[in-house]
Design a protein around this ligand. Structure first.
Ligand code: SF4
Ligand code: SF4
Length: 179
């Protein structure tokens, strides 16, 4: 799990997107009002970006976890895994954006085992793992999964915990953007 908050962002040695265009489908692109889980109108799936020279800043700056961390094997490349892991930035939670055509791809191993490990690591950092499948969001908490249903890009997800008889009990809630 890479934290890019204070580091120079460079792909790991030998890493290249190649024919992967998964982030152009699963991620939100604010500058284009592109919702998560649908192809960007400029994407050429399996080939690249149709407006590469003038693509938005968020596209220029984005590298997925597979691009940044050379220890993840080819099975973790997003077009193979069918999900994109975004690195940690600032105070963010860890975001895993899943291709809606393969909503359970992340439940397979080795992915699921590693994701549960990230849940523990994030908890120790005061962060959490959020899974997005198009507009739907699932909070992966240390003691449970909470399916939050539809969560808009401007909504916030809050996680809290209380001490129970057998340790912390976690809960997650959506705070909707006021309209
Ligand atoms: S998901 Fe990662 S490997 Fe795939 S195109 Fe985006 S940055 Fe490149
Ligand atoms: S503008 Fe290009 S790089 Fe950005 S999401 Fe669309 S196709 Fe991908």
């Amino acid at each position: 799990m890479t934290d890019t908050s204070s580091s120079q962002i460079e792909p790991a040695a030998g890493r290249a997107c190649g024919s992967c265009t998964m982030c152009c489908k699963v991620l939100l692109v604010g500058e284009l009002q592109k919702p998560p889980g649908v192809w960007c109108k400029h994407a050429k799936p399996g080939q690249g970006c149709g407006i590469y020279e003038t693509r938005p800043g968020s596209c220029r700056e984005f590298f997925c976890e597979w691009m940044l961390d050379g220890k993840f094997g080819p099975e973790w490349k997003p077009d193979v895994a069918k999900f994109v892991v975004s690195p940690l930035t600032g105070e963010s939670n860890l975001l895993i954006a899943v291709d809606p055509n393969f909503p359970n791809a992340w439940r397979r191993d080795p992915y699921h085992q590693q994701i549960r490990q990230w849940v523990k690591t994030c908890e120790s950092m005061g962060r959490f793992v959020l899974l997005r499948i198009g507009g739907r969001c699932i909070a992966l908490l240390p003691d449970k999964e909470v399916d939050l249903g539809a969560v808009g890009p401007e909504d916030d997800v809050f996680v809290s915990r209380e001490m129970g008889p057998a340790g912390f009990v976690y809960s997650a809630q959506v705070r909707r953007k006021a309209v």
